[in-house]
Design a protein around this ligand. Sequence first.
Ligand code: APR
Ligand code: PHB
Length: 390
Amino acid sequence: MRTQVGIIGAGPAGLLLARLLANAGIDSVVVENRSREYVEARIRAGVLEQQTVDLLTEAGVGDRLQRQGLRHDGIYLQWPGERHRIDFPALCDRSVWVYGQTEVVKDLVNARLADGPLFFDISDTAVVDVETDRPKVTFTDADGVARVLECDVVAGCDGFHGVSRQAIPEALRTTFERVYPFAWLGILADVEPSTDELIYAWHPDGFALHSMRSPTVSRLYVQVDPSEKVEDWSDDRVWDALATRMALPGWTLRSGPVTEKSITPMRSFVSGPMRHGRLFLAGDAAHIVPPTGAKGLNLAVADVKVLAEAITAFAKEQRTDLLDAYSDTATRRVWRATHFSWWMTSMLHRSPGSDPFDDQLQLSQLRYVSTSERAAASLAENYTGLPYTT
Ligand code: APR
Ligand code: PHB
């Protein structure tokens, strides 16, 4: 098989790249080692920056998002006894949209299947010859047939556990990592959200977050120890922890049937460069952020926007300048999001050995961002998404 761009991974990064390239008249083949059902059911985050929404809409995959997405003009920051609103449009003239990543992926898979080839259920993915101008993706398809996909460019969009990053020689790679001493236990529940906008709550027992997916589905998280097992958290225990950590006089948390429950470890991870020869990494393949800043999906989208433009200039005009600049351009944004996500995480979680001094520093920072317009504006512009630099 021969294509212009071989795309490994049918997550948001790979699927959106395929769409943007198809819109520019560039052929690609997407290969994914999981099934369509698995990819479309995976529960992930749900906050889209305004420019993510704009990009999806311009790419022709925003119809359902426009109809079902919920525009949020702020978030609440809370600590015992106080809840403060950060007003995004007033502070930075932008908003965010609540629309599950699961739904983004379904929309993109539908678009992809109309645009071109997407192989699900593949195995033995490998990337070879990336230092030549004929890089290849080799894999075994769902019928057990060994395939070689010859490309001009390969995009490694295969997430944190993928193989693409490893195709860059270790000696050329630098990785930066922070593993946090806590995790998030998340639930999806069939209950009307108890809030109009997301609540990020600091509490002596640990962080809690009230998010949502729709007017009838709530998404909530509590900070837990990374060693804890989901089996040890009965639905009642989760609801009790949420009610305690988000308690506010005059406000009650509605509970309802829990439809999903899982524990996610928290880490920051950045690997560079994001390019080796004709192989380009995008999304979680190159970086992970803790979910507190709601940046993971948006960062993958930002990488892909820059990469699609660079590949298009190369495919149409044989220009290599944007491909050469890709890693540096993307990495600058990655570090901004890495800092913001680390900062939100550090401000809102209780670390195992934290003492009253640490607590007071966190509370002081929370009060400051909630009451200083300048500090709040910094949070708001990072949360809603800094403008693309290209
Ligand atoms: N061969 C083919 N596909 C692979 C391989 C492989 N060896 N390894 C992984 N994949 C697939 C995964 O099954 C997954 O569908 O690559 C895809 C990567 O998708 P994501 O993990 O969703 O990563 P990305 O597209 O970069 O999206 C980033 O997803 O993890 C969240 O928080 C993150 O919101 C962010 C977003
Ligand atoms: C979610 O809705 O899953 C969500 C929202 C905000 C975050 C993280 C996750 O910061």
